[in-house]
Design a protein around this ligand. Structure first.
Ligand SMILES: [Zn+2]
Length: 441
């Protein structure tokens, strides 16, 4: 999941002159596709919940289409599902349509107007956790492929739907393991399509790179003692962490200026820094010997990891002695997928959007998706969710998706999948990594 920056007013004005479908008021009760999404939302797949019911749900859907669902478990309780839609030429590289089964937690008492796992429809909107992020997309992939099949169209390339168990908690048991597996290798993936996010504009952001996620715990140790003792500030754990925080805030302020001047669709130019957990101390009248600061950092995509690490460690270690850094996460930088017509996969996606009258906008989000791992594995990936004119409510209270937006999204995927899976042999390189570029050089 990710969020975009606020879009500038000028862009909004320009794009709002384009007219798009508005909500109708008929009832959706009898629409089996809508009912399917409601049913999927009703399965509470909050990360670490039993995914058994979701596996069964997908197994049944695969069986309805005469397809086999493969389940791979690399970490107990974290199944990775793969549904293969065979193409006419299995020697060609395949198309992977990825989504994740898990959702972030939601509870009625958080302020939901409708129970978060009910999938109820109100005022033309399907409410529920996962309606945007990203159960709707999984159903859209499925319905689009089903329609293509019903039209007796055989796609040229194999298409795989993959469903991951743990995207919301760092994808360690799912995508990261899967990418190293022989099963993934055997799929011969030439291109991966992943998630994007809703934007309240008539434009489709297409994500072509993700920022690397670094998370660190800084521990400052200093002179402890009675609450009445009076040590020099720089010798105390709190004083040292204060110095660390001051250095980091100074760096943060510099980056914030870059953020302010960055285009709305490009979060690649700045490194975001947030101090998210402060902990330490045991009693009102004891000077603590240990204080911890936990930071979430998203690297600008141009910086080399080794250079940034050195800069970061300088900022922290210069704050005093007895300071340590523990890396919770230190993702490598991932390459960018080429986002122009020299990449046939890009063309396939943007042509599908063009057919729907939707302008596409290449974008780099402030957060990150599973696609960064796919690109690191040498496979070009693009991320999108066809949720235009929709407030971004990923991870938020009262997450919803307009029913029409959901249904229009199936039309989009039908075109996009058709284009992707029919790229002729000669038009896409057999080496998928040629559609990736390293931006740190
Ligand atoms: Zn997501």
């Amino acid at each position: 999941m990710f969020r975009f920056k606020i879009w500038p007013a000028a862009l909004c004005f320009y794009l709002n002159v384009i007219i798009f479908s508005k909500a109708d008021n008929f009832t959706y009760d009898s629409n089996p596709t809508v009912a399917l999404l409601q049913k999927y939302i009703q399965i509470n797949t909050t990360t670490y919940n039993d995914l058994g019911p979701a596996v069964k749900f997908w197994k049944n859907l695969a069986a309805e289409e005469g397809l086999k669902l493969k389940k791979y478990v690399y970490v107990k309780g974290m199944p990775v599902l793969v549904i293969k839609w065979p193409g006419s030429d299995p020697t060609l590289s395949s198309i992977m349509l990825n989504s994740h089964m898990d959702v972030v937690p939601a509870a009625l008492e958080d302020g939901w107007i409708i129970p978060p796992f009910s999938g109820q429809i109100s005022d033309g909107k399907i409410y529920g956790r996962g309606s945007q992020d990203m159960k709707s997309v999984s159903i859209q992939y499925y319905e689009a492929l089903k329609r293509i099949k019903e039209k007796n169209i055989t796609l040229l390339r194999n298409v795989y739907m993959t469903l991951m168990p743990d995207e919301e908690v760092g994808t360690v048991a799912g995508m990261q393991k899967f990418l190293q597996s022989k099963e993934f290798k055997a799929m011969n993936v030439g291109f991966e399509l992943d998630e994007g996010g809703a934007v309240n504009l008539p434009v489709l952001p297409v994500l072509y790179q993700d920022k690397a996620v670094w998370q660190i715990i800084v521990e400052c140790r200093g002179t402890a003692g009675h609450g009445s003792s009076f040590q020099p500030t720089n010798s105390t754990a709190v004083g040292k962490c204060y110095n660390v925080a001051t250095n980091m805030f100074q760096y943060r302020d510099e980056q914030y200026q870059i953020f302010l001047s960055s285009p709305a669709n490009d979060s690649s130019l700045y490194t975001s820094v947030n101090l998210n957990i402060l902990s330490g101390g045991s009693a009102n009248n004891v000077v603590p010997n240990l204080v911890r600061l936990t930071y979430d950092i998203r690297l600008n995509t141009r910086v080399k990891e080794s250079d940034f690490q050195q800069q970061l460690e300088n900022l922290i270690y210069s704050a005093g002695d007895n300071i340590t850094i523990t890396y919770i996460s230190r993702n490598p930088q991932s390459p960018a997928t080429i986002a122009n017509s020299s990449n046939p996969y890009w063309t396939a996606i943007s042509d599908a959007a063009k057919d729907m009258g939707i302008p596409v906008l290449p974008a780099i989000p402030s957060g990150s998706t599973d696609a960064r791992h796919v690109r690191l594995a040498g496979v070009p990936a693009l991320g999108l969710s066809p949720q235009i004119n929709t407030p971004a409510l990923l991870h938020a209270v009262n997450e919803y998706l307009g029913v029409n937006t959901f249904l229009n999204g199936i039309n989009f995927y039908e075109k996009a999948i058709y284009n992707l899976a029919n790229i002729p042999a000669g038009q896409a390189s057999t080496n998928p990594s040629v559609y990736l570029t390293d931006t740190t050089n």
